[in-house]
Ligand binder design. Structure first.
Ligand code: ATP
Ligand code: MG
Length: 190
């Protein structure tokens, strides 16, 4: 017998029609956290919503496909990182950049100027203690009602997950690098 594709979801008992800006977390070890975040940005951009991407790991000189795409689409992008920290020689500078990135993020979140903000790879500076998690939680609580904020990165802290409305964990089943040694490819990874 053919499997039926589910097209409806069972409504929860406390169904409400009220809408609100969501706190969305994409975490887990599997691939797809950043690209799913950018997928939402693209979708919102298509709706003429005001979007912003802040990247905590990638620097302004890196040439990721998503950075090129948002520049072509005129989507606002701020980078505040120097690459992955395990290749970094000056951790103090990474910490400084992360804090600057967070200060800008906080200002933008509270500004009321945006509909969707993506904080890409923010879990790392939070987990390293470079950004004060209580400040992040407090800012998310105070955010404008209709603003959606997406946070990505592995090992999202339980307190961040608890304050979110939507948490998705990407689970790795196979990865071309770990299984076949295939290195990152253009358009798929960067
Ligand atoms: P994407 O940017 O493709 O959405 P992601 O945000 O989920 O992926 P990260 O955890 O941010 O992935 O990791 C950054 C990069 O590391 C990604 O390009 C991803 O393909 C790669 N990666 C993820 N898992 C593995 C793995 N097991 N081995 C090697 N590389 C990996
Ligand atoms: Mg990522």
């Amino acid at each position: 017998m053919k499997k039926k594709i589910p097209t409806t979801f069972t409504p929860p008992p406390n169904l409400t029609r009220d809408k609100k800006g969501l706190v969305i977390v994409n975490t887990g070890n599997g691939k797809g956290k950043t690209t799913a975040g950018f997928g939402v940005i693209l979708r919102a951009w298509g709706r003429d919503m005001k979007t912003l991407v802040i990247q905590f790991i990638k620097n302004e000189k890196s040439m990721y496909g998503e950075q090129l795409a948002v520049s072509k689409l005129n989507i606002e992008l701020i980078t505040s990182g120097r690459g992955f920290t395990w290749t970094s020689k000056d951790l103090n500078e990474d910490e400084d950049l992360a804090q600057k990135g967070w200060n800008i993020s906080k200002e933008k979140i509270l500004s009321g100027d945006y509909d969707v903000i993506l904080l890409d790879e923010i879990t790392y500076p939070i987990n390293y203690g470079w950004i004060d998690i209580n400040d992040v939680l407090d800012t998310l609580k105070k955010k404008p009602d209709m603003l959606h904020v997406i946070l990505t990165g592995r090992d999202a802290d339980k307190r961040i997950q608890d304050c979110a409305d939507l948490v998705t964990e990407m689970k790795e089943h196979k990865h071309p690098y770990s299984d076949q040694g295939i290195v990152a490819q253009k358009g798929i990874e960067f």
